[in-house]
Design a protein around this ligand. Structure first.
Ligand code: ZN
Length: 364
């Protein structure tokens, strides 16, 4: 055995990245660690020359592979050119009036994303050239049933969707529906109109109002002591709560969330409940194996109580299946992410919220 030490960076080497997987897979025998908040890792693995795989999330969007040699009893520093996390798939975003997630993807993380228009949602095959589509709050137009059908098909085939605040309208409807002439039914239901906070579903959308229903009734101000439910995010931030400043007037409060959603951040103080959640909206039969890589639930031989969701080369797949692994994540991890808060370019967000948004981007 020997040891690898290194630090994972973004593609241009200007930033370190936490919560990134660093892995060597020796024909089904997996040596795996995760970078700490400062991007550092230490990995013990058998001697020899191996593929070192560095990835985040499913590895479909951000992944780097390099060759590394481990020497008996020695600690080898992995050079920076081997530890830059590369973008291996295309990202896209639709701009919004109140949010600018692309500023974090492009300006902060140094990755690339293509700007789309609402009209591009009419073209499913074009949408599918992107592995994730980011939908900003304050969308620049209305959707119709064809666009919702394409968003549904896109996500069901494994595309990831990120939507913040008012962009929930891409998921659950914006009140607009294709009729001749088109009819627009206002979405907003104020707390005065709807004092009991019962949820009024919107026309349109591809996610049922029984799965997710929101109302624009959030108050301006700080929501402090938000519980971080997601364990990897807890580890990355090294804390269990954060404060979120909702400094715009009004935001989409989740009124109804089915158990199909996995809650990532939750308010227990102000009565708002879930503030960010992830939905598994994938056809597993077609999703998990593509481009030579496959996401599996690895059940370590000799340590079966510690299953790990990892992404491996298809060349190693049979060895994993032979010791009882299965294709797909150990727990459904979700490809549609909705946050009630965002990175609007007019104001300041806290460092913690910035880290949370970076984590969401890297783990779609
Ligand atoms: Zn395995």
């Amino acid at each position: 055995m020997g040891t690898l030490e290194g630090r994972v960076f973004n593609a241009d080497g200007s930033r370190t990245l936490g919560a990134i997987k660093v892995q060597i897979d020796l024909n089904g025998d997996v040596f795996l660690t995760t970078t700490d908040a400062n991007g550092n890792f230490t990995l013990d693995a058998p001697v020899g020359t191996h593929d070192l795989v560095i990835y985040s999330g499913s590895g479909r969007i951000f992944r780097s592979v390099s060759t590394i040699t481990i020497e008996e009893g020695k600690t080898t520093d992995v050079p920076m050119e081997n530890t830059k996390l590369n973008q291996v798939a295309n990202l896209a975003y639709i701009p919004g009036a109140y949010d600018k997630i692309e500023s974090i993807i492009i300006d902060s993380l140094g990755y690339s994303a293509t700007q789309l228009s609402i009209a591009d949602l009419d073209n499913l095959s074009y949408m599918q050239t992107f592995n994730a589509i980011f939908l900003n709050c304050g969308k620049p137009g209305y959707l119709d049933s064809a666009k919702y059908a394409n968003l549904s098909a896109y996500a069901y085939a494994g595309g990831s969707i990120y939507a913040s605040d008012y962009a929930v309208e891409y998921l659950t409807g914006d009140g607009y529906y294709m009729q001749t002439p088109p009819v627009y039914t206002a979405h907003s239901h104020s707390s005065i109109e709807n004092p009991d906070k019962s949820c009024v579903g919107d026309v349109g959308g591809f996610i049922s109002d029984n799965d997710l229903c929101t109302e624009k009734i959030g108050s301006t101000g700080m929501v402090s002591n938000v519980s971080i439910i997601d364990i990897a995010l807890q580890n990355l931030l090294n804390k269990t709560t954060i404060d979120i400043d909702y400094d715009l007037g009004g935001w989409e409060v989740i009124q109804l969330l089915s158990s199909n959603w996995q809650i990532l951040l939750q308010d227990n103080t102000y009565g708002y409940g879930p503030l960010a959640a992830r939905l598994y909206y994938i056809n597993p039969a077609t999703y998990y194996q593509s481009g030579g890589w496959v996401t599996i639930c690895h059940i370590p031989p000799g340590n079966p109580n510690n299953p790990q969701t990892i992404t491996v080369s298809v060349n190693a797949l049979q060895a994993h299946l032979d010791h009882g692994d299965f294709i797909g994540p150990c727990q459904q991890d979700g490809n549609i992410l909705f946050t009630t808060f965002h990175n609007h370019h007019q104001g300041n967000i806290s460092h913690d919220v910035y880290d949370v948004l970076e984590y969401f981007i890297l783990n779609l």
